[in-house]
Design a protein around this ligand. Structure first.
Ligand code: AMP
Length: 299
Protein backbone atom coordinates (compact mmCIF):
# COMPACT_ATOMS: atom_id res chain seq x y z
CA UNK A 1 0.00 0.00 0.00
CA UNK A 2 1.30 3.44 -0.90
CA UNK A 3 2.30 5.59 2.05
CA UNK A 4 1.08 9.14 1.60
CA UNK A 5 3.27 12.02 2.74
CA UNK A 6 0.75 12.73 5.48
CA UNK A 7 0.99 9.19 6.81
CA UNK A 8 4.75 9.24 6.54
CA UNK A 9 4.78 12.40 8.68
CA UNK A 10 2.59 10.81 11.32
CA UNK A 11 4.94 7.86 11.85
CA UNK A 12 8.03 10.09 12.12
CA UNK A 13 9.78 9.20 15.34
CA UNK A 14 10.21 11.82 18.05
CA UNK A 15 13.79 12.71 18.94
CA UNK A 16 14.67 13.40 22.57
CA UNK A 17 17.68 15.69 23.02
CA UNK A 18 19.30 16.74 26.27
CA UNK A 19 22.15 18.73 24.75
CA UNK A 20 22.03 22.17 23.18
CA UNK A 21 24.55 21.26 20.47
CA UNK A 22 22.52 18.27 19.26
CA UNK A 23 19.30 20.31 19.34
CA UNK A 24 20.89 23.05 17.22
CA UNK A 25 22.19 20.51 14.71
CA UNK A 26 18.82 18.80 14.26
CA UNK A 27 16.93 22.09 13.89
CA UNK A 28 19.67 23.41 11.59
CA UNK A 29 19.22 20.44 9.27
CA UNK A 30 15.45 21.14 9.11
CA UNK A 31 16.14 24.77 8.27
CA UNK A 32 18.45 23.76 5.44
CA UNK A 33 15.52 21.80 4.00
CA UNK A 34 13.39 24.94 4.21
CA UNK A 35 11.11 23.52 6.95
CA UNK A 36 9.35 25.87 9.38
CA UNK A 37 9.72 25.33 13.13
CA UNK A 38 7.06 25.84 15.82
CA UNK A 39 8.15 25.94 19.46
CA UNK A 40 6.27 25.26 22.70
CA UNK A 41 8.30 26.03 25.85
CA UNK A 42 7.02 24.22 28.97
CA UNK A 43 8.03 23.22 32.47
CA UNK A 44 6.58 19.74 31.91
CA UNK A 45 3.96 17.77 33.81
CA UNK A 46 1.94 18.24 30.66
CA UNK A 47 -1.84 18.54 30.48
CA UNK A 48 -4.49 19.40 27.90
CA UNK A 49 -3.49 23.09 28.03
CA UNK A 50 0.00 22.21 26.81
CA UNK A 51 -1.54 19.78 24.32
CA UNK A 52 -3.61 22.58 22.79
CA UNK A 53 -0.43 24.62 22.23
CA UNK A 54 1.30 21.61 20.66
CA UNK A 55 -1.69 20.91 18.38
CA UNK A 56 -1.76 24.50 17.19
CA UNK A 57 2.01 24.38 16.54
CA UNK A 58 1.49 21.11 14.64
CA UNK A 59 -1.10 22.73 12.39
CA UNK A 60 0.99 25.78 11.56
CA UNK A 61 4.55 24.41 11.17
CA UNK A 62 6.48 21.65 9.41
CA UNK A 63 8.28 20.67 12.61
CA UNK A 64 7.38 21.05 16.29
CA UNK A 65 9.85 21.42 19.15
CA UNK A 66 8.74 21.20 22.80
CA UNK A 67 11.10 22.10 25.62
CA UNK A 68 10.76 20.60 29.05
CA UNK A 69 12.68 22.54 31.64
CA UNK A 70 11.80 23.55 35.18
CA UNK A 71 13.69 26.82 35.17
CA UNK A 72 15.28 27.55 38.58
CA UNK A 73 15.85 31.26 37.85
CA UNK A 74 12.12 32.02 37.75
CA UNK A 75 11.40 30.61 41.22
CA UNK A 76 11.85 32.64 44.41
CA UNK A 77 13.77 31.16 47.36
CA UNK A 78 10.56 30.20 49.21
CA UNK A 79 8.68 28.90 46.19
CA UNK A 80 8.01 25.39 44.90
CA UNK A 81 11.03 24.75 42.62
CA UNK A 82 12.04 21.58 44.48
CA UNK A 83 8.58 20.07 44.67
CA UNK A 84 7.31 21.22 41.24
CA UNK A 85 5.73 18.06 39.73
CA UNK A 86 7.98 16.20 37.29
CA UNK A 87 7.32 13.01 35.28
CA UNK A 88 9.60 12.77 32.28
CA UNK A 89 8.30 9.43 31.00
CA UNK A 90 4.68 10.58 31.02
CA UNK A 91 5.60 13.86 29.29
CA UNK A 92 7.66 12.00 26.69
CA UNK A 93 4.67 9.78 25.84
CA UNK A 94 2.27 12.74 25.63
CA UNK A 95 4.64 14.56 23.27
CA UNK A 96 5.18 11.52 21.10
CA UNK A 97 1.43 10.91 20.78
CA UNK A 98 0.84 14.59 20.02
CA UNK A 99 3.22 14.41 17.04
CA UNK A 100 6.12 16.41 18.50
CA UNK A 101 9.29 16.08 16.40
CA UNK A 102 11.88 17.08 18.96
CA UNK A 103 11.64 17.09 22.73
CA UNK A 104 14.40 19.23 24.20
CA UNK A 105 14.87 18.27 27.86
CA UNK A 106 18.10 19.84 29.12
CA UNK A 107 19.52 19.54 32.62
CA UNK A 108 20.03 22.64 34.76
CA UNK A 109 23.80 22.25 34.21
CA UNK A 110 23.27 22.25 30.44
CA UNK A 111 21.21 25.46 30.53
CA UNK A 112 23.22 27.18 33.25
CA UNK A 113 26.76 25.73 33.17
CA UNK A 114 27.99 28.63 35.28
CA UNK A 115 26.25 31.35 37.24
CA UNK A 116 24.53 33.64 34.71
CA UNK A 117 25.84 37.20 34.68
CA UNK A 118 23.61 38.30 31.81
CA UNK A 119 19.86 38.56 32.35
CA UNK A 120 16.94 39.94 30.36
CA UNK A 121 14.75 42.41 32.23
CA UNK A 122 11.40 43.79 31.17
CA UNK A 123 11.09 46.87 33.41
CA UNK A 124 7.58 48.01 34.29
CA UNK A 125 5.67 45.24 32.47
CA UNK A 126 7.16 42.83 34.98
CA UNK A 127 6.50 44.95 38.06
CA UNK A 128 2.73 44.57 38.63
CA UNK A 129 0.43 41.55 39.06
CA UNK A 130 2.51 38.36 39.54
CA UNK A 131 5.74 40.37 39.18
CA UNK A 132 4.92 42.36 42.33
CA UNK A 133 4.27 39.17 44.28
CA UNK A 134 7.13 37.13 42.79
CA UNK A 135 10.19 39.44 42.61
CA UNK A 136 12.62 38.33 39.90
CA UNK A 137 10.13 35.89 38.38
CA UNK A 138 9.80 37.57 34.99
CA UNK A 139 13.52 38.29 34.80
CA UNK A 140 13.98 34.50 35.07
CA UNK A 141 11.24 33.85 32.50
CA UNK A 142 12.63 36.40 29.98
CA UNK A 143 16.16 35.08 30.43
CA UNK A 144 15.26 31.44 29.90
CA UNK A 145 12.93 32.19 26.97
CA UNK A 146 15.72 34.23 25.36
CA UNK A 147 18.13 31.33 25.82
CA UNK A 148 15.59 28.87 24.42
CA UNK A 149 14.77 31.13 21.45
CA UNK A 150 18.50 31.40 20.69
CA UNK A 151 18.81 27.61 20.74
CA UNK A 152 15.65 26.77 18.76
CA UNK A 153 15.35 29.88 16.52
CA UNK A 154 11.62 29.18 16.06
CA UNK A 155 9.47 30.73 13.34
CA UNK A 156 6.55 30.70 15.77
CA UNK A 157 6.36 30.21 19.54
CA UNK A 158 3.16 29.28 21.39
CA UNK A 159 2.12 30.67 24.78
CA UNK A 160 -1.07 30.28 26.82
CA UNK A 161 -3.39 33.12 27.79
CA UNK A 162 -3.66 31.53 31.22
CA UNK A 163 -0.33 33.20 31.98
CA UNK A 164 -1.51 36.55 30.63
CA UNK A 165 1.26 38.72 32.04
CA UNK A 166 3.90 36.29 30.80
CA UNK A 167 2.34 36.39 27.33
CA UNK A 168 2.31 40.21 27.25
CA UNK A 169 5.92 40.30 28.46
CA UNK A 170 7.17 37.75 25.94
CA UNK A 171 5.43 39.61 23.12
CA UNK A 172 7.07 42.87 24.14
CA UNK A 173 10.48 41.27 24.70
CA UNK A 174 10.30 39.66 21.25
CA UNK A 175 9.52 43.05 19.67
CA UNK A 176 12.05 45.05 21.68
CA UNK A 177 14.90 42.59 21.12
CA UNK A 178 14.05 41.87 17.45
CA UNK A 179 13.61 38.13 17.75
CA UNK A 180 12.60 36.72 14.39
CA UNK A 181 9.79 34.71 16.01
CA UNK A 182 6.04 35.24 15.88
CA UNK A 183 4.36 34.87 19.27
CA UNK A 184 1.07 32.98 19.04
CA UNK A 185 -1.43 33.29 21.91
CA UNK A 186 -3.60 30.27 22.71
CA UNK A 187 -6.83 30.41 24.79
CA UNK A 188 -6.93 29.00 28.32
CA UNK A 189 -7.98 25.35 28.46
CA UNK A 190 -10.27 24.53 31.38
CA UNK A 191 -11.69 21.43 32.99
CA UNK A 192 -15.41 20.87 32.39
CA UNK A 193 -16.21 22.62 35.71
CA UNK A 194 -14.28 25.75 34.70
CA UNK A 195 -11.01 25.34 36.62
CA UNK A 196 -8.07 26.43 34.43
CA UNK A 197 -5.69 23.53 33.84
CA UNK A 198 -2.34 23.93 35.53
CA UNK A 199 0.49 21.58 36.47
CA UNK A 200 0.06 22.95 40.00
CA UNK A 201 -3.49 21.54 40.19
CA UNK A 202 -1.69 18.26 40.99
CA UNK A 203 -0.98 19.71 44.46
CA UNK A 204 -4.71 20.01 45.27
CA UNK A 205 -6.59 17.49 47.40
CA UNK A 206 -10.15 16.70 46.36
CA UNK A 207 -11.52 19.21 48.87
CA UNK A 208 -9.06 21.89 47.76
CA UNK A 209 -9.86 21.27 44.11
CA UNK A 210 -13.57 21.92 44.87
CA UNK A 211 -12.66 25.07 46.80
CA UNK A 212 -10.56 26.27 43.83
CA UNK A 213 -13.72 26.51 41.72
CA UNK A 214 -14.46 29.80 43.43
CA UNK A 215 -11.76 31.29 41.16
CA UNK A 216 -13.45 30.70 37.76
CA UNK A 217 -16.86 31.26 39.35
CA UNK A 218 -15.92 34.69 40.68
CA UNK A 219 -14.37 35.66 37.33
CA UNK A 220 -17.49 34.48 35.55
CA UNK A 221 -19.65 36.64 37.83
CA UNK A 222 -17.40 39.66 37.18
CA UNK A 223 -17.61 39.10 33.46
CA UNK A 224 -21.39 38.93 33.64
CA UNK A 225 -21.48 42.19 35.58
CA UNK A 226 -19.28 43.79 32.93
CA UNK A 227 -21.53 42.44 30.19
CA UNK A 228 -24.37 44.07 32.13
CA UNK A 229 -22.59 47.44 31.95
CA UNK A 230 -20.42 47.55 35.09
CA UNK A 231 -17.37 49.73 34.31
CA UNK A 232 -16.07 50.61 37.77
CA UNK A 233 -12.87 48.62 38.47
CA UNK A 234 -13.18 48.91 42.27
CA UNK A 235 -16.69 47.45 42.17
CA UNK A 236 -15.58 44.62 39.85
CA UNK A 237 -12.66 43.82 42.18
CA UNK A 238 -14.97 44.07 45.22
CA UNK A 239 -17.39 41.58 43.69
CA UNK A 240 -14.61 39.04 43.04
CA UNK A 241 -13.13 39.63 46.52
CA UNK A 242 -16.48 39.06 48.21
CA UNK A 243 -17.05 35.74 46.46
CA UNK A 244 -13.54 34.44 47.11
CA UNK A 245 -13.64 35.57 50.76
CA UNK A 246 -16.60 33.23 51.33
CA UNK A 247 -14.38 30.21 50.57
CA UNK A 248 -12.49 29.35 53.78
CA UNK A 249 -9.64 27.51 52.00
CA UNK A 250 -8.95 30.42 49.63
CA UNK A 251 -6.72 33.44 50.37
CA UNK A 252 -6.43 36.28 47.86
CA UNK A 253 -2.94 37.17 46.63
CA UNK A 254 -4.20 39.84 44.24
CA UNK A 255 -7.24 40.84 42.21
CA UNK A 256 -6.61 43.46 39.53
CA UNK A 257 -8.23 45.14 36.57
CA UNK A 258 -5.42 46.38 34.31
CA UNK A 259 -5.03 48.01 30.92
CA UNK A 260 -4.71 45.27 28.27
CA UNK A 261 -1.48 46.72 26.89
CA UNK A 262 0.41 48.50 29.69
CA UNK A 263 -0.85 46.13 32.44
CA UNK A 264 -1.27 49.20 34.68
CA UNK A 265 -4.35 49.28 36.96
CA UNK A 266 -7.34 51.18 35.60
CA UNK A 267 -10.15 52.75 37.60
CA UNK A 268 -12.71 52.47 34.81
CA UNK A 269 -13.10 49.92 32.04
CA UNK A 270 -12.85 51.95 28.86
CA UNK A 271 -10.50 50.16 26.45
CA UNK A 272 -9.52 46.47 26.50
CA UNK A 273 -8.65 45.25 30.01
CA UNK A 274 -7.34 42.16 31.69
CA UNK A 275 -9.08 41.02 34.87
CA UNK A 276 -6.54 38.87 36.67
CA UNK A 277 -6.37 37.07 40.01
CA UNK A 278 -3.90 35.04 42.02
CA UNK A 279 -5.36 33.00 44.87
CA UNK A 280 -3.84 30.61 47.36
CA UNK A 281 -5.96 27.51 47.88
CA UNK A 282 -4.40 26.23 51.08
CA UNK A 283 -0.72 26.38 50.07
CA UNK A 284 -1.18 26.18 46.30
CA UNK A 285 -1.01 29.46 44.40
CA UNK A 286 -3.30 29.49 41.34
CA UNK A 287 -3.77 32.22 38.73
CA UNK A 288 -6.60 32.91 36.32
CA UNK A 289 -7.86 35.80 34.23
CA UNK A 290 -10.04 36.98 31.40
CA UNK A 291 -9.65 39.63 28.75
CA UNK A 292 -12.50 42.04 28.31
CA UNK A 293 -13.15 44.23 25.35
CA UNK A 294 -16.40 46.06 24.77
CA UNK A 295 -18.68 43.67 22.94
CA UNK A 296 -16.39 40.63 23.08
CA UNK A 297 -15.03 38.70 26.06
CA UNK A 298 -12.76 35.76 26.26
CA UNK A 299 -13.16 33.38 29.18
P1 AMP B 1 4.10 25.84 32.06
O1 AMP B 1 4.54 24.45 31.78
O2 AMP B 1 3.09 25.95 33.16
O3 AMP B 1 5.25 26.81 32.20
O4 AMP B 1 3.30 26.33 30.78
C1 AMP B 1 3.85 26.22 29.48
C2 AMP B 1 2.94 26.94 28.52
O5 AMP B 1 1.64 26.35 28.57
C3 AMP B 1 2.75 28.43 28.86
O6 AMP B 1 2.72 29.19 27.65
C4 AMP B 1 1.41 28.44 29.55
O7 AMP B 1 0.74 29.69 29.44
C5 AMP B 1 0.68 27.36 28.79
N1 AMP B 1 -0.45 26.85 29.57
C6 AMP B 1 -0.42 26.38 30.85
N2 AMP B 1 -1.67 26.06 31.27
C7 AMP B 1 -2.51 26.34 30.23
C8 AMP B 1 -3.91 26.23 30.03
N3 AMP B 1 -4.72 25.78 30.98
N4 AMP B 1 -4.42 26.61 28.84
C9 AMP B 1 -3.60 27.08 27.86
N5 AMP B 1 -2.27 27.20 27.98
C10 AMP B 1 -1.72 26.84 29.15
Amino acid sequence: MAVTVKNAQRVRKMIVAERIKETREIIGSWRKQGLSVGFVPTMGYLHEGHRALINRARQENDRVVVSLFVNPTQFGPNEDYEKYPRDFERDREICEKAGVDLLFAPSVAEMYPSRNLAFVDIAELGEGLCGAKRPGHFRGVCTVVTKLFNIVLPDRAYFGEKDAQQLAIIRRMTEDLNFNTRIVACPTVRDADGLALSSRNAYLSEVERKAALVIPQSLQAARQAMDGGERDAARIIGMIREMIAKEPLAAIDYIEVVDGETLKPVSRVEGPVLVAVAVFVSKTRLIDNFWYKEGSTCF
